[in-house]
Design a protein around this ligand. Structure first.
Ligand code: SF4
Length: 276
């Protein structure tokens, strides 16, 4: 379209004011409250019954989906229920059991190393301190925070791919490095919120705010989101993009918590599995 002839206003439109730190913090906390209402049942999406199982499952979750880990661990923990059992495993047998999670040789090495360290240095128990956890083979800060937050009740923020993508979309941080992201997000929220915030953000990333096609037109926090419009804004089309348990889809866990409103995930080999 050509510009209309005649008088043209010399005034430039006002550039939007940059958001103050205080306004961003308030907006971030409102998003957290909104997510808490949307996902009151948010939880870690790895199946586990004790700290050892959570530690092993988290190590296995590198470069694969939580679903694939959950489908793999029942047979693994039936064979090796304790660190002592796993420490004495025949490497090839352990590799075979965890093969579906990918990178199975490297992961088997980590699992053998960490179970031996638990057996020899920690009396067969998973330690509840960050500094001890990160010394275990194959355990980085992210894994340690998952274990601390969910098996020991120590508040922590877990920066995975979903978490990093969403907090950058929301302009809570511009950092790319997970440790820097963690530090900046910790500074926005009280400690008591850290663990549940991590779950809610990951839930939102898996169900609505996807990497490639976020469902903006069906997103409960659209009015608070600077990235609104990056995805589908048409409400009907956006609805079709949702991967949401309330629409009857199975979750990632084969044994979800009792308040979970969706279906349990199917065992390994069965169809109708959800994506990451
Ligand atoms: S409005 Fe769009 S980009 Fe923003 S959180 Fe929702 S789905 Fe993600």
């Amino acid at each position: 379209m050509t510009a209309p002839q005649g008088k043209v206003s010399a005034k430039k439109p006002k550039a939007a004011k940059p958001e103050s730190r205080l306004a961003m913090v308030r907006r971030a906390r409102r998003i957290n409250r909104e997510l808490a209402e949307t996902y009151p049942y948010a939880h870690p999406e790895l199946d586990f019954r004790n700290p050892f199982e959570l530690l092993v499952a988290t190590v296995l979750s590198a470069q694969t989906t939580d679903l694939r880990v959950n489908q793999t661990t029942p047979a693994l923990f039936a064979a090796y229920p304790t660190p002592e059992d796993m420490a004495a495993a025949v490497p090839e047998e352990l590799e075979e059991l965890i093969r579906p999670t990918g990178f199975f040789r490297m992961k088997a090495k980590s699992l053998l190393g960490l179970s031996q360290a638990l057996r020899d240095d920690h009396g067969g128990e998973v330690p509840g301190r960050l500094e001890d956890l990160v010394k275990l083979p194959g355990v980085g800060r992210k894994t340690a925070n998952v274990v601390l937050g969910n098996a020991f009740g120590v508040p922590g923020i877990t920066v995975d791919t979903h978490f990093g993508r969403l907090v950058r979309r929301w302009k809570w941080t511009e950092q790319e490095d997970p440790e820097k992201v963690e530090a900046e997000i910790c500074a926005i929220f009280p400690k008591s919120e850290w663990t549940m915030l991590s779950h809610r953000v990951v839930f939102h990333g898996r169900r609505i705010c996807h990497a490639r096609r976020p469902a903006c037109g069906a997103c409960p926090i659209a009015p608070l989101c600077p990235a609104y419009g990056e995805g589908e804004t048409d409400p009907e089309k956006a609805k079709k993009l949702l991967k949401y348990e309330k629409g009857g889809r199975p979750g990632q866990r084969l044994s979800p918590p009792p308040d979970y409103p969706g279906l349990p995930a199917p065992p390994l080999g069965e169809v109708d599995a959800p994506e990451a």
